[in-house]
Design a protein around this ligand. Structure first.
Ligand SMILES: *Cc1c(COP(=O)(O)O)cnc(C)c1O
Length: 354
């Protein structure tokens, strides 16, 4: 039985993508070869890479606006240091909204001063700080659009005249944003775009080349841009599956359609969290994430019963992260409204039972 997959990442991808991706392992483009055995320099793969880079920019509305898209390796965690390596000369401004922001800050400190403009650590990151000043003499401002672990999401982004860098790992392609506000966006594929193994980086070329340090080739965005994201062997299969997902997003109506669907799912679960006296939401209401809904049982003694119920119903990955506890429903693009309804029905059932 196919499970209702609420896993936080790696996570659900469209069924159509799984089918096409598995076919390509046996015979890619009727070439008589598997995608796993072809050269990354072959015409077939070069066209996959080109289409993936171009489609990513197209879906984000960033085509012909001075941006380049790259598919790199090392995860979003590598971007924590690579952004600083390339952009941090003296000082950078960081908004600390959770575990991932904190990790980005730690890496950036290896390259220069970090001005933590605001933090929500005082309340275990259950909200997004709102009023803070971004120093205009910083090299860039860094934020995390969606906090996968705590279930908060930035609904607005500050206005600043310095370059904006954003970790969008867990909500890229999930909602319409004016992406042109950002100068560098990165996202590990495995939350909403593809399998683990590749990371999308979208960078405005004009911000590069300003830091004075020597940058090793593999860490240098300009080197990767100069080689069309093929400086070394890319994650061939991960890029291919990401391309299939990007095509799926486009065919479904693009980011706008994803956002409408995601909002319906979020509304459904949050309404139940608020209505059901057995449950309580973790994140501040105005900052709730449409991707990762975090909630707890008011009375922990129901945990065993509820856990048994959802596991028996074929629900996967509903346990919260250890730093929050309780539950986390990750509702990425490919998750259906029906799957969310299953969990909501179980919450109601628990209410009637106890
Ligand atoms: C998962 C995640 C990361 C870490 O990604 P890796 O690819 O495992 O390095 C970073 N930032 C956010 C927001 C995430 O959700």
């Amino acid at each position: 039985m196919k499970k209702h997959n609420f896993s936080a990442g790696p996570c659900i991808l469209p069924q159509e993508v799984f089918k096409e991706a598995s076919q390509a392992i046996l015979d890619f483009n009727n070439s008589g070869l598997s995608i796993l055995e072809i050269s990354h320099r072959s015409a077939d793969f070069v066209s996959v890479m080109e289409e993936a880079r171009s489609l990513a920019l197209e879906l984000l509305g960033l085509k012909d606006k001075g941006y380049k898209a790259l598919f790199l390796q090392g995860g979003a965690s590598m971007q924590f240091l690579m952004t600083a390596y390339n952009l941090l000369e003296k000082k950078a401004a960081y908004l600390n909204t959770g575990t991932w922001s904190s990790k980005a800050i730690k890496e950036a400190k290896l390259f220069g001063n970090v001005d933590e403009v605001a933090s929500s650590k005082d309340k275990n990151f259950n909200y997004i700080p709102k009023s803070y000043a971004i120093p205009s003499d910083a090299d860039y401002f860094h934020c995390t659009s969606n906090n996968t672990i705590f279930g908060t999401q930035m609904k607005e982004f500050p206005a600043t005249n310095i370059p904006m860098v954003c970790d969008m790992s867990s909500d890229i392609f999930s909602r319409e944003i004016d992406f042109s506000k950002f100068d560098l966006i990165y996202a590990g594929a495995q939350k909403n775009m593809g399998p683990a193994g590749t990371t999308l980086v979208v960078v405005k070329e004009e911000i590069l080349g300003k830091a004075s340090r020597e940058i090793p080739s593999m860490m240098d965005y300009s080197v990767h841009i100069g080689k069309d994201s093929m400086f070394n062997t890319p994650a061939v299969y991960a890029v291919y599956v990401s391309l299939l997902t990007l095509r799926w997003i486009k065919a479904k109506g693009g980011i706008k359609a994803m956002e409408e669907h995601n909002n319906k799912k979020a509304e459904l679960i949050y309404n139940e969290i608020d209505r059901n006296p057995l449950f309580t939401g973790f994140a501040a209401k105005e900052d709730r994430s449409a991707m990762n809904a975090t909630f707890n049982l008011v009375d922990e003694s129901h945990k065993e019963t509820f856990d048994k119920m959802w596991k028996e119903a074929g629900v996967n990955g509903l346990n919260g992260h250890r730093s929050v506890g309780g539950y986390r429903a990750s509702m990425y693009n490919a998750l259906s409204l029906e799957s969310v309804q299953v969990v909501v029905d179980l919450m109601k059932e628990l209410e009637n039972k106890v």
